[in-house]
Design a protein around this ligand. Sequence first.
Ligand code: ATP
Length: 444
Amino acid sequence: MDINTEGELMEKIVTLCKRRGFIFQSSEIYGGFNGFWDYGPYGSMLKKAVEALWWNEMVETRNNVVGLDSTIICHPKTWKASGHVDRFGDIMCDCRDCKTRFRVDQMPDPTTCSNCGSKNLTPPREFNLMMKTYVGPVFDEEHIAYLRAESCQPIFLDFNLIRIATRQQLPFGIAQIGKAFRNEITPRMFTFRSREFTQMEMEFFCADEGSMDWWEYWRKERWNFYREKLGFREDEIRLHPHDKLAHYAKAAVDIEFQFPFGWGELEGIHHRGTWDMSQHQQFSEQDLTYWDQQNNKRFLPTVIETSVGLDRMILAIFTHAYREDKAPTQKEGMDEDVRIVLGFPARIAPVQVAVLPLSKKLNERAEALQQDLRRYYRTEFDVTGNIGKRYRRQDEIGTPFCVTVDFETENDNAVTVRERDSMAQERVSVTSLKSYLDNKIFGW
Ligand code: ATP
């Protein structure tokens, strides 16, 4: 079955995510809350693992990128300076007949309702996407603050403090993972367009001279991340250069992914010129220029940005990973059965190693083994059901390795390791199990 062309893939992913506790609607007992999603036990493990992979890639393995964990609410002037208060909106129109609301730039024909075909539409109107709150004892205009609409703005505010504290010199980057909030008018496509989501952003500060080389560099780095670290195929991702550039930008490209509903933006790699720094310099009346001692020059840093939504990345990971295999079965009247597999890369799988004793009598031995393994890997212990069922349960959550403890283990001090994708089974001695798994999971 070609699940990709059937248009049902999204439904299958959403159903599996809920059934196995990856992702489900927020506040479901109250009927859910549109645009908000909770990550359950396996989902939160996956999310943390993907975050850790990105952080390792962008910060821990580089000397010229440092990290930040800033507040969600920052000084309201930030969003004046960034242009979000005045301009951050979508142009929307409503169908007067069926009451559906559309983003005008996403309508195939802006004069016709794509839901009911009516031409009776309201004129396009702008909706601001910033979420508002009040800070302080009085709920009035003066006390309005905003939940950040993107995680990168605090990076610009903290640039000087971080530069001085870390003694970094240009070029260098500041990375942050954090929540962002947008009052999206039409949240949809599962987590693709949410109202609360997590962004992983890096702002790279450099001199204008040579900045296009840095933009090229980051574009390649980010492309390689998807190909090499997440294993996305060449035909699943593509580069989409922006047709129209912001007046301050020299270059902008999106990495798009082929989601079940079609191509969609996953990550943007943008050359932002000195726009952000000059706006914050003007609004804060602080000097944000950089003194380049070597060349005896003072200038505002140019910024190259890489910006990706973690939730979209996870949806892409699910799309890439979801598979249905035909597997032989002993079920009565059936030769084959459908085996649902999430082919997650081992490094990010929520459970990396499942320990399965073949009989309850072996529980103690198996538990001791799990205790040992959980020091290095995310593990799970499963004793219920026959071994075939347990393998299936692990396949569905993407566990790359199942380690079975059987009655022979007592004699040969070895276990059977079953690999998710090939279903091949290998006898491995307990003493070499760690180096075996390290090699398979981390490539060490
Ligand atoms: P779109 O055109 O899809 O609305 P955008 O161009 O507004 O996206 P950016 O402001 O560049 O997006 O945000 C950077 C990244 O943050 C996006 O590439 C995407 O991965 C993620 N992102 C943006 N909006 C949302 C959202 N509502 N829900 C989930 N992720 C989002």
